[in-house]
Design a protein around this ligand. Structure first.
Ligand code: 13P
Length: 263
């Protein structure tokens, strides 16, 4: 399916790294390395830890930077007795525009289920933000030949209660769990194969029109050295980068090498 209408989306998920001083330094370095043309060619979201959000938002606003502020997580409720949790409405107030949902680390370590993912998607969109829904299979799913079943099942469950318009505006990141932080990447062809199946699943669930609009990312050991190959695939509209996004110079190279002629 053609990607000419979809602007690449490059997202840096810092996970639990960089305190707010390091966050400011990293964003300042990135701002120095990326040009106006880079930002016209790709959208760049940065997802720092919660404690950094206010500092990064202030920097983005004060210096009129073109980074888009993202969060890594939120709670499904708007407020209440949920010690330690953060509400989507608080994130929206901080000008957060993208929120990662259902990351494999949240699913595996913190027990985030498909049902909770559904609720979070609803909450994030209710507050006018864009969810980046993460899906992906474990190594044992893959070895048992269950990759499609697992990944497409997660997609279907997340989308069934969303309207076509809501699906169109969201992002899905395919992150094979065995490729996260391991240095192993799915081959670009393999990633394309699964991501194209995700696009077909979106077409099925929404009866068509959202499939060509939705942006689909790949994640898992993305680096400047493999980004070109990944972004040359027709259904891959961007990447969700973990480790390599912590280094401003490396992340800037990833953003620059993701550019292609579109639209
Ligand atoms: P790595 O790029 O470190 O493999 O992490 C991928 C990821 O989980 C991004 O959300």
């Amino acid at each position: 399916m053609s990607n000419e209408l979809r602007k690449p989306l490059i997202s840096g998920n810092w996970k639990m790294n960089h305190n707010h001083f390091e966050a400011i330094q990293c964003v300042q370095k990135l701002a120095y390395l990326l040009t106006k043309e880079d930002f016209s060619a790709v959208d760049v979201t940065i997802h720092p830890p919660f404690t950094d959000l206010r500092s990064v938002q202030t920097l983005i606003d004060a210096d009129e930077l073109r980074f888009i502020l993202g969060a890594q997580h939120c709670h499904e409720a708007d407020s209440g007795a949920f010690t330690g949790e953060v509400s989507a409405q608080f994130l929206a107030k901080l000008h957060v525009r993208y929120v990662i949902v259902g990351h494999s680390e949240r699913r595996q370590i913190f027990g985030e289920t498909d049902e909770v993912v559904q609720q979070k998607l609803a909450t994030i969109q209710k507050h006018g933000m864009t969810p980046i829904l993460c899906v992906g299979e474990t190594l044992s799913d893959r070895e048992a030949g269950r990759t499609h079943e697992k990944v497409l099942g997660q997609v279907r469950s997340a989308l069934v209660k969303r309207t076509v318009e809501q699906v169109k505006s969201m992002v899905i990141a395919y992150e094979p769990i065995w490729a996260i932080g391991t240095g192993k990447t799915a081959t670009a062809e393999d990633a394309q194969h699964i991501i194209s199946a995700i696009r077909q699943e979106v077409a099925l669930v929404t009866s068509g029109p959202a499939a060509s609009a939705i942006r689909l990312q790949y994640g898992g050991s993305v680096k400047a050295s493999n980004i070109g190959e990944i972004m040359s695939q027709p259904d891959i509209d961007g990447v969700l980068v973990g480790g390599a996004s912590l280094d401003a110079a490396e992340f800037a190279r990833i953003c620059q090498r993701s550019q292609r002629s579109w639209g």
